[in-house]
Design a binder for this molecule. Structure first.
Ligand code: GUN
Length: 309
């Protein structure tokens, strides 16, 4: 078996910067017509990771000049109260995009809430109408992380047409939609999950491997075809020193993270193991994450254009 020299790191930051420049040009054009897109984010309860994600989304809006509004109902919020919030945002002409940050508190019926968002303002692309549009290749709003992955592949000249792609994970937010987008780019796509028999062998068939199942450092070299492009969607914050020692034996940087910051950030891919075999790998942090936010900005501008003509 030929072993690659070492993978190219696919930075999401560079592609994000490109995309945000394009968004800024679109915003200037809209401003010329007196339109300033508006995004509303509902962040319910106390979820430390969500708070960081939402802060970054709002900050990016501010930098670009998209007006943004953060609504923060308490952890005890009911489904009915969130539905009322969504209804009032649906009815406001200055709001082009509505994002309900997930997860919602456990007592809230998240599926009901996502159904309430006006599909024309559904910048997360999670409403069944937009999922249907995606599957049938009609114009609509596409989930941000999957759309960002396709941008990352294309803008790094990774060939998709005819490639074998494997997606590990079948979530509504990432696994299923990214599989559909890869299919539309003419890849031959396999969706794998926890019940897939001989998962490493199936993954090893792939020229493009997307890891999106939320298991820290799960994808190791045995999952990777030499030279494959590996996209790591996972963001796992490890705080248990014993777990870090087990996953990263002898990795001084990881242990120093734990000892100084109390945690270390790990994707679903084991970088130390996969870097030696893959042709290209997205880092965590700084890979797919920045693109999710960039595509949210793209979707907000798109929603404004579609709705306001
Ligand atoms: N939680 C983690 N990522 C996301 C995202 O992209 N959108 C929403 N709504 N919630 C999330």
């Amino acid at each position: 078996m030929a072993i690659a020299e070492g993978a190219r790191l696919l930075s999401g930051n560079a592609v994000r910067d490109q995309i945000l420049e394009e968004v800024a040009a679109d915003l200037r054009e809209l401003a010329g017509r007196g339109i300033r897109p508006g995004l509303a984010v509902i962040l319910a309860g106390n979820h430390p990771a969500s708070e960081i994600y939402v802060r970054n989304k709002v900050k990016t809006c501010e930098t670009l000049g998209i007006s943004s509004e953060k609504i923060t109902p308490p952890e005890s919020v009911t489904t009915g109260q969130i539905l009322e919030l969504v209804d009032s945002l649906n009815g406001r002409d200055d709001i082009d995009g509505i994002l309900v940050q997930l997860p919602l508190p456990p007592q809230v019926d998240a599926r009901r809430v996502l159904l309430e968002v006006n599909p024309a303002k559904d910048v997360d692309g999670l409403h069944p109408v937009n999922i249907g549009n995606l599957v049938t290749q009609r114009p609509g709003l596409v989930p941000c992380t999957p759309a960002g992955i396709i941008e990352l592949l294309k803008r790094n000249q990774v060939p998709i047409k005819g490639a074998r792609a494997a997606v590990i994970g079948r979530s509504d937010m990432v696994g299923k939609p990214v599989a559909m987008l890869l299919l539309h780019e003419h890849a031959t796509v396999t969706i794998c999950h926890s019940r897939t028999r001989d998962l490493p062998a199936v993954a090893r068939e792939a020229d493009i491997l997307v890891a999106a199942m939320g298991k820290p450092a799960f994808v190791t070299a045995e999952f990777v075809k030499p030279g494959a492009t590996v996209i790591d969607v996972g963001i796992n914050k490890l705080t248990d020193r014993a777990e870090v020692e087990r996953l990263f034996p002898g990795n001084a940087k990881r242990l120093a993270d734990i000892d100084t910051k109390g945690s270390t950030l790990v994707g679903d891919v084991h970088p130390d193991s996969v870097l030696a075999v893959a042709g290209a790998l997205t880092p965590v942090p700084g890979g797919v994450g920045p693109l999710t936010i960039a595509m949210l900005m793209v979707n907000t501008v798109r929603a404004a254009r579609l709705r306001r003509g």
